[in-house]
Write a protein that binds this ligand. Structure first.
Ligand SMILES: Nc1nc(O)c(N)c(N[C@@H]2O[C@H](COP(=O)(O)O)[C@@H](O)[C@H]2O)n1
Ligand SMILES: [Zn+2]
Length: 376
């Protein structure tokens, strides 16, 4: 692999990274076209339904694309979706060499883009920057294969593992810098989920804010509420910043559902008690590819017990509150033995404001789980 291949791919990865959070359910993709050592075109996929990264780069390069090398972070597509196939456009433009970071796991593409190019005589190299490209598109890779959202559980606790004091006070565990990062995380997700207990205790807005202002794309707000106990006055029903979806049991009062619908909320009734598996299947059907769970101990524990967590983002604040009755980040059944503790892989740490440590990693699941109901 040539040194220059890595550096041009790194530019393509930067272009893709810049669009994080705005292309769902599509991947983030960057493309760079190089001819005789000069960058003659570049582009990124900006929004689902709009042209793919390769098309933007080809348009910029124009005639200069002939005989050039295309660096692209995801395999050029071969299918007619919302837009025509990029592999065809690459061939028509006369590109001589294509360097791909990662193959596309979309079953409609899955290697066909690469084959099409190779069959037409284009020199194709696959795997340059693959690790970074796959991580950048971890949401897309999960969703396109499972059809359920990639779940990130975000929690904040004190150093002694508490998410609130014994009186239930939880504002604020972390400082402003860490909270800024949480709003960025919210903006990058399609939906954000809490349980009704969190709404009753904190009345959160569940919006993505910048300097106190609700700006940009907002996640769908999802509340797990078996008995429809959410009050009419709840911020998520009143502020109009984003739609609110309530998951309830089919035993919940029909009259209450009507009242909540008249306030603009959507209610989905599920057979029996609301389960993590049912919620994820329903959100997946609605095209929600990423879900940020910001629940209390019960909801977080339910996701953990269901083994339905792809990523953990934990803010650890250098504070102690003590109190045997003060709740911890994850309730639920939990593990009986330390040897069954769920380890995180690919752990990354970042310090915010000098006192809040953000630990992010990927739970390693040893086996498949079974249906887990929410207890409230
Ligand atoms: N190589 C590549 N570049 C892009 O810029 C892309 N957005 C994709 N996406 C692939 O095509 C599917 C979406 O197609 P439409 O936007 O509906 O036409 C997406 O699922 C990926 O497989 N690929
Ligand atoms: Zn394409």
């Amino acid at each position: 692999m040539a040194e220059s291949d890595l550096s041009y791919m790194s530019l393509a990865l930067d272009l893709a990274r810049a669009t994080k959070g705005q292309t769902s359910p599509n991947p983030v993709v960057g493309a760079v076209i190089v001819r005789d050592g000069m960058v003659v075109g570049m582009g990124a996929h900006v929004k689902a339904g709009e042209p793919h990264a390769e098309v933007h780069a080809l348009r910029m390069a124009g005639e200069l694309a002939k005989g050039a090398t295309l660096y692209v972070t995801l395999e050029p597509c071969s299918h007619y979706g919302r837009t025509p196939p990029c592999a065809k456009a690459v061939l028509e433009a006369g590109i001589a060499r294509v360097v791909v970071a990662a193959a596309d796991p979309n079953p409609l593409v899955a290697g066909k883009g690469i084959s099409l190019l190779r069959q037409a005589g284009v020199d194709v190299v696959v795997g340059v920057g693959a690790v970074q490209a796959k991580k950048l598109n971890e949401v897309f890779f999960h969703y396109i294969q499972k059809q359920t959202p990639f779940v990130t559980v975000k929690t904040a606790s004190t150093l002694d593992g508490k998410i609130a004091t014994r009186t239930g006070d939880s504002r604020w565990i972390t400082g402003e810098e860490a909270r800024k990062r949480v709003h960025q995380l919210r903006r990058e997700h399609d939906a954000i989920l809490v349980g009704v207990q969190t709404v009753l205790a904190d009345d959160p807005a569940l919006t993505a804010r910048e300097q106190g202002q609700v700006t940009g794309r907002q996640p769908l707000r999802v509340i797990l509420d078996n008995h429809l106990r959410i009050p009419d006055t709840a911020c998520v029903l009143r502020d109009g910043h984003a739609p609110t979806l309530l998951f309830a049991s089919d035993q919940a009062p029909v009259e209450r559902q009507r009242q909540l619908e008249s306030l603009g909320a959507e209610v989905v009734r599920l057979a029996g008690r609301v389960s993590v598996e049912q919620v994820l299947a329903e959100l997946g059907k609605r095209g929600i590819s990423s879900l940020l769970v910001e629940g209390g101990a019960t909801v977080n524990g339910s996701f953990l017990d269901a083994r339905a967590v792809q990523k953990v983002v934990h803010f650890l604040s250098c504070k102690l509150v003590g109190g045997a009755a003060a709740p911890a980040s994850y309730g639920g059944l939990g593990q009986s033995f330390m040897q069954d503790a769920i380890s995180l892989a690919d752990v990354e740490m970042e310090l915010f404001g000098g006192h809040d440590l953000c630990i992010a990693g990927y739970p390693v699941w040893k086996e498949e789980g079974s249906a887990t109901c929410l207890r409230d």
